[in-house]
Design a protein around this ligand. Structure first.
Ligand code: SAM
Length: 279
Protein backbone atom coordinates (compact mmCIF):
# COMPACT_ATOMS: atom_id res chain seq x y z
CA UNK A 1 0.00 0.00 0.00
CA UNK A 2 1.15 3.53 -0.75
CA UNK A 3 2.19 5.92 2.00
CA UNK A 4 2.17 9.72 1.78
CA UNK A 5 5.83 9.61 0.73
CA UNK A 6 5.27 7.18 -2.11
CA UNK A 7 2.23 8.88 -3.70
CA UNK A 8 2.92 10.07 -7.25
CA UNK A 9 3.94 13.71 -7.87
CA UNK A 10 1.01 16.10 -8.23
CA UNK A 11 1.69 16.74 -11.93
CA UNK A 12 1.26 12.97 -12.50
CA UNK A 13 -1.92 12.91 -10.41
CA UNK A 14 -3.36 15.74 -12.51
CA UNK A 15 -2.44 13.99 -15.77
CA UNK A 16 -3.67 10.56 -14.61
CA UNK A 17 -7.08 11.94 -13.54
CA UNK A 18 -7.51 14.47 -16.38
CA UNK A 19 -7.77 17.35 -13.93
CA UNK A 20 -7.41 20.14 -16.46
CA UNK A 21 -7.91 23.33 -14.42
CA UNK A 22 -11.36 24.91 -14.78
CA UNK A 23 -11.61 28.63 -14.52
CA UNK A 24 -15.29 28.43 -13.47
CA UNK A 25 -14.13 26.65 -10.28
CA UNK A 26 -11.21 29.02 -9.68
CA UNK A 27 -8.76 26.18 -10.12
CA UNK A 28 -5.14 27.30 -9.71
CA UNK A 29 -3.34 24.35 -8.24
CA UNK A 30 -0.26 24.21 -6.00
CA UNK A 31 2.07 21.48 -7.26
CA UNK A 32 5.14 21.99 -5.07
CA UNK A 33 4.89 19.86 -1.93
CA UNK A 34 7.62 21.91 -0.21
CA UNK A 35 5.38 24.94 -0.61
CA UNK A 36 2.20 23.18 0.53
CA UNK A 37 4.11 21.92 3.60
CA UNK A 38 5.19 25.49 4.31
CA UNK A 39 1.60 26.74 4.05
CA UNK A 40 0.41 23.93 6.35
CA UNK A 41 3.04 24.95 8.94
CA UNK A 42 1.60 28.49 9.04
CA UNK A 43 -1.40 27.01 10.87
CA UNK A 44 0.84 26.05 13.81
CA UNK A 45 0.83 22.67 15.54
CA UNK A 46 -1.65 20.42 13.73
CA UNK A 47 -1.15 17.25 15.72
CA UNK A 48 -3.98 17.79 18.18
CA UNK A 49 -6.48 19.37 15.79
CA UNK A 50 -9.10 18.57 13.18
CA UNK A 51 -8.39 20.52 10.02
CA UNK A 52 -11.20 21.75 7.80
CA UNK A 53 -9.80 22.14 4.30
CA UNK A 54 -12.07 23.70 1.70
CA UNK A 55 -11.28 23.03 -1.97
CA UNK A 56 -8.54 20.36 -1.80
CA UNK A 57 -8.44 19.92 -5.59
CA UNK A 58 -5.81 17.30 -6.47
CA UNK A 59 -4.67 17.34 -2.85
CA UNK A 60 -1.35 19.22 -2.69
CA UNK A 61 -2.24 21.17 0.44
CA UNK A 62 -4.07 18.13 1.85
CA UNK A 63 -0.85 16.15 1.57
CA UNK A 64 1.02 19.00 3.26
CA UNK A 65 -1.44 19.05 6.17
CA UNK A 66 -1.24 15.29 6.67
CA UNK A 67 2.55 15.23 6.35
CA UNK A 68 2.73 17.96 9.02
CA UNK A 69 0.88 15.63 11.39
CA UNK A 70 -2.75 16.81 11.29
CA UNK A 71 -4.83 14.60 13.57
CA UNK A 72 -7.60 14.52 10.94
CA UNK A 73 -8.45 16.44 7.79
CA UNK A 74 -12.01 17.02 6.60
CA UNK A 75 -11.78 18.11 2.96
CA UNK A 76 -14.77 19.65 1.18
CA UNK A 77 -14.49 19.65 -2.62
CA UNK A 78 -17.09 20.68 -5.18
CA UNK A 79 -15.41 19.14 -8.23
CA UNK A 80 -16.23 15.44 -8.40
CA UNK A 81 -13.30 14.85 -10.80
CA UNK A 82 -10.90 15.34 -7.86
CA UNK A 83 -12.39 12.56 -5.70
CA UNK A 84 -10.32 9.60 -7.03
CA UNK A 85 -7.07 11.52 -6.49
CA UNK A 86 -8.19 12.39 -2.94
CA UNK A 87 -9.13 8.76 -2.29
CA UNK A 88 -5.54 7.73 -3.03
CA UNK A 89 -4.41 10.13 -0.28
CA UNK A 90 -7.08 8.84 2.13
CA UNK A 91 -5.92 5.26 1.47
CA UNK A 92 -2.34 6.28 2.26
CA UNK A 93 -3.38 7.72 5.66
CA UNK A 94 -6.04 5.36 7.05
CA UNK A 95 -8.61 7.14 9.23
CA UNK A 96 -7.06 10.60 8.86
CA UNK A 97 -8.72 12.04 5.75
CA UNK A 98 -12.45 12.34 5.13
CA UNK A 99 -13.56 13.86 1.84
CA UNK A 100 -17.02 15.33 1.32
CA UNK A 101 -18.22 16.23 -2.16
CA UNK A 102 -20.13 19.48 -1.61
CA UNK A 103 -20.29 23.18 -2.25
CA UNK A 104 -18.67 24.69 0.83
CA UNK A 105 -21.13 27.58 0.69
CA UNK A 106 -24.02 25.14 1.18
CA UNK A 107 -22.51 22.73 3.71
CA UNK A 108 -22.45 23.00 7.50
CA UNK A 109 -19.33 20.96 8.34
CA UNK A 110 -19.69 21.13 12.13
CA UNK A 111 -21.23 17.67 12.56
CA UNK A 112 -18.11 16.20 10.91
CA UNK A 113 -15.57 17.94 13.14
CA UNK A 114 -14.22 17.44 16.66
CA UNK A 115 -12.70 20.49 18.40
CA UNK A 116 -10.18 22.00 18.36
CA UNK A 117 -10.62 22.91 14.69
CA UNK A 118 -8.31 24.87 12.40
CA UNK A 119 -9.36 25.92 8.92
CA UNK A 120 -6.80 25.86 6.11
CA UNK A 121 -7.65 26.54 2.48
CA UNK A 122 -6.51 27.66 -0.92
CA UNK A 123 -9.86 28.66 -2.36
CA UNK A 124 -11.18 30.64 -5.29
CA UNK A 125 -11.02 34.23 -4.11
CA UNK A 126 -14.73 35.03 -4.27
CA UNK A 127 -15.67 31.91 -2.27
CA UNK A 128 -12.82 32.60 0.18
CA UNK A 129 -14.01 36.13 0.96
CA UNK A 130 -17.61 35.01 1.41
CA UNK A 131 -16.60 32.20 3.76
CA UNK A 132 -14.23 34.47 5.67
CA UNK A 133 -17.05 36.94 6.35
CA UNK A 134 -19.30 34.09 7.51
CA UNK A 135 -16.61 32.67 9.78
CA UNK A 136 -16.03 36.12 11.30
CA UNK A 137 -19.70 37.00 11.89
CA UNK A 138 -21.42 34.23 13.86
CA UNK A 139 -23.73 35.37 16.65
CA UNK A 140 -21.68 33.70 19.37
CA UNK A 141 -17.97 34.03 20.05
CA UNK A 142 -15.55 32.20 20.27
CA UNK A 143 -16.38 30.45 16.97
CA UNK A 144 -15.98 26.79 16.03
CA UNK A 145 -12.45 27.48 14.74
CA UNK A 146 -9.23 28.34 16.55
CA UNK A 147 -7.51 29.77 13.51
CA UNK A 148 -8.01 30.35 9.78
CA UNK A 149 -5.08 30.03 7.40
CA UNK A 150 -6.31 31.14 4.01
CA UNK A 151 -4.93 32.03 0.59
CA UNK A 152 -6.17 35.32 -0.86
CA UNK A 153 -5.43 37.63 -3.69
CA UNK A 154 -2.68 39.89 -2.28
CA UNK A 155 -4.97 42.93 -2.45
CA UNK A 156 -7.65 41.20 -0.33
CA UNK A 157 -5.01 40.07 2.18
CA UNK A 158 -3.93 43.71 2.53
CA UNK A 159 -7.52 44.75 3.21
CA UNK A 160 -7.80 42.18 6.01
CA UNK A 161 -4.75 43.54 7.89
CA UNK A 162 -5.12 47.25 6.98
CA UNK A 163 -5.08 49.99 9.63
CA UNK A 164 -6.95 53.35 9.70
CA UNK A 165 -5.80 55.95 7.20
CA UNK A 166 -4.82 53.48 4.49
CA UNK A 167 -6.73 52.94 1.27
CA UNK A 168 -7.15 49.24 1.99
CA UNK A 169 -8.82 49.89 5.37
CA UNK A 170 -12.50 48.97 5.37
CA UNK A 171 -15.20 46.51 6.35
CA UNK A 172 -13.00 43.43 5.99
CA UNK A 173 -10.26 44.96 8.18
CA UNK A 174 -12.73 45.80 10.94
CA UNK A 175 -14.58 42.48 10.90
CA UNK A 176 -11.28 40.58 11.02
CA UNK A 177 -9.57 42.73 13.64
CA UNK A 178 -12.57 42.93 15.99
CA UNK A 179 -12.59 39.22 16.72
CA UNK A 180 -9.21 37.89 15.59
CA UNK A 181 -5.56 38.73 15.09
CA UNK A 182 -4.85 38.61 11.34
CA UNK A 183 -1.33 38.50 9.86
CA UNK A 184 0.01 38.07 6.33
CA UNK A 185 2.37 35.12 6.73
CA UNK A 186 3.42 34.29 3.14
CA UNK A 187 3.48 36.04 -0.21
CA UNK A 188 3.23 33.97 -3.39
CA UNK A 189 3.92 35.04 -6.96
CA UNK A 190 1.55 33.91 -9.75
CA UNK A 191 4.16 31.34 -10.83
CA UNK A 192 3.59 29.32 -7.63
CA UNK A 193 0.31 28.05 -9.14
CA UNK A 194 -0.63 25.98 -12.15
CA UNK A 195 -2.01 27.63 -14.19
CA UNK A 196 -0.67 30.97 -12.87
CA UNK A 197 -3.41 33.48 -11.95
CA UNK A 198 -3.11 37.11 -13.12
CA UNK A 199 -2.37 38.50 -9.65
CA UNK A 200 -0.09 37.80 -6.70
CA UNK A 201 -1.44 35.93 -3.68
CA UNK A 202 -0.83 35.89 0.06
CA UNK A 203 -1.61 33.55 2.92
CA UNK A 204 -3.35 35.22 5.86
CA UNK A 205 -3.40 33.59 9.29
CA UNK A 206 -6.21 34.73 11.61
CA UNK A 207 -6.06 33.65 15.25
CA UNK A 208 -9.46 33.82 16.96
CA UNK A 209 -9.53 36.03 20.07
CA UNK A 210 -11.25 34.50 23.13
CA UNK A 211 -13.63 37.50 23.11
CA UNK A 212 -14.11 40.45 20.73
CA UNK A 213 -11.56 43.20 21.27
CA UNK A 214 -14.21 45.79 22.32
CA UNK A 215 -17.83 45.22 23.37
CA UNK A 216 -20.52 45.76 20.70
CA UNK A 217 -23.55 43.96 19.30
CA UNK A 218 -22.24 42.19 16.22
CA UNK A 219 -25.27 42.96 14.03
CA UNK A 220 -25.22 46.67 14.91
CA UNK A 221 -21.46 46.90 14.37
CA UNK A 222 -21.72 45.15 11.00
CA UNK A 223 -24.51 47.51 9.91
CA UNK A 224 -22.69 50.67 11.03
CA UNK A 225 -19.44 49.62 9.35
CA UNK A 226 -21.18 48.57 6.12
CA UNK A 227 -23.02 51.92 5.90
CA UNK A 228 -19.93 53.94 6.76
CA UNK A 229 -17.80 52.30 4.06
CA UNK A 230 -20.54 52.14 1.43
CA UNK A 231 -19.96 55.85 1.03
CA UNK A 232 -16.39 56.05 2.22
CA UNK A 233 -15.70 59.46 0.67
CA UNK A 234 -18.57 61.11 2.56
CA UNK A 235 -18.39 62.60 6.03
CA UNK A 236 -19.84 60.19 8.56
CA UNK A 237 -22.73 62.46 9.54
CA UNK A 238 -23.93 62.13 5.92
CA UNK A 239 -22.97 58.50 5.30
CA UNK A 240 -24.75 57.37 8.50
CA UNK A 241 -27.71 59.75 8.51
CA UNK A 242 -30.10 56.85 7.79
CA UNK A 243 -29.19 55.25 11.14
CA UNK A 244 -30.95 57.76 13.39
CA UNK A 245 -31.94 61.45 13.25
CA UNK A 246 -29.41 62.59 15.88
CA UNK A 247 -26.42 60.80 14.36
CA UNK A 248 -24.16 63.87 14.87
CA UNK A 249 -24.65 63.72 18.66
CA UNK A 250 -24.17 59.99 18.73
CA UNK A 251 -20.95 60.24 16.74
CA UNK A 252 -19.64 62.84 19.16
CA UNK A 253 -20.66 60.65 22.13
CA UNK A 254 -18.53 57.89 20.62
CA UNK A 255 -15.56 60.27 20.38
CA UNK A 256 -15.89 60.69 16.59
CA UNK A 257 -15.97 64.05 14.84
CA UNK A 258 -19.07 63.97 12.56
CA UNK A 259 -16.98 65.42 9.70
CA UNK A 260 -14.54 62.46 9.81
CA UNK A 261 -14.59 59.92 7.00
CA UNK A 262 -14.92 56.18 7.68
CA UNK A 263 -11.33 55.42 6.72
CA UNK A 264 -9.98 57.49 9.65
CA UNK A 265 -12.15 55.89 12.36
CA UNK A 266 -10.56 53.24 14.59
CA UNK A 267 -12.09 49.90 15.52
CA UNK A 268 -12.51 51.10 19.12
CA UNK A 269 -14.46 54.16 17.90
CA UNK A 270 -16.69 52.06 15.62
CA UNK A 271 -17.48 49.78 18.57
CA UNK A 272 -18.29 52.81 20.77
CA UNK A 273 -20.61 54.09 18.02
CA UNK A 274 -22.31 50.67 17.70
CA UNK A 275 -23.03 50.86 21.46
CA UNK A 276 -24.48 54.35 20.99
CA UNK A 277 -26.95 53.83 18.13
CA UNK A 278 -30.31 52.04 18.24
CA UNK A 279 -30.13 48.27 17.60
N1 SAM B 1 -6.25 23.29 -2.63
C1 SAM B 1 -5.84 22.96 -3.99
C2 SAM B 1 -4.43 23.45 -4.22
O1 SAM B 1 -3.97 24.24 -3.40
O2 SAM B 1 -3.83 23.06 -5.21
C3 SAM B 1 -6.78 23.55 -5.03
C4 SAM B 1 -6.90 25.04 -5.01
S1 SAM B 1 -7.92 25.75 -6.23
C5 SAM B 1 -7.44 27.45 -6.07
C6 SAM B 1 -9.54 25.85 -5.53
C7 SAM B 1 -10.28 24.53 -5.27
O3 SAM B 1 -11.55 24.82 -4.68
C8 SAM B 1 -10.59 23.74 -6.53
O4 SAM B 1 -10.26 22.39 -6.32
C9 SAM B 1 -12.09 23.91 -6.74
O5 SAM B 1 -12.69 22.83 -7.40
C10 SAM B 1 -12.57 24.05 -5.30
N2 SAM B 1 -13.83 24.80 -5.15
C11 SAM B 1 -14.24 25.88 -5.85
N3 SAM B 1 -15.41 26.32 -5.39
C12 SAM B 1 -15.73 25.52 -4.34
C13 SAM B 1 -16.84 25.48 -3.45
N4 SAM B 1 -17.83 26.36 -3.53
N5 SAM B 1 -16.86 24.51 -2.49
C14 SAM B 1 -15.85 23.61 -2.39
N6 SAM B 1 -14.78 23.60 -3.23
C15 SAM B 1 -14.72 24.55 -4.18
Amino acid sequence: MKTLDTLPPLSRVIADHDLDARRSLGQNFLLDLNLTGKIARQAGDLTGADILEIGPGPGGLTRGLLAEGARRVLAVEKDRRCLPALKQIADACPGRLEVIEADALQLDPLAHLTPPVKVVANLPYNVGTELLVRWLTPRDWPPFWQSLTLMFQREVAERIVATPGSKAYGRLSLLAQWRSVPRIVLNLPPGAFSPPPKVSSAVVHLQALPAPRFPADHKVLERVVAMAFNQRRKMLRAALKGLCPDIGDRLRAAGIDPTQRAETVTLEQFCALARNVPG
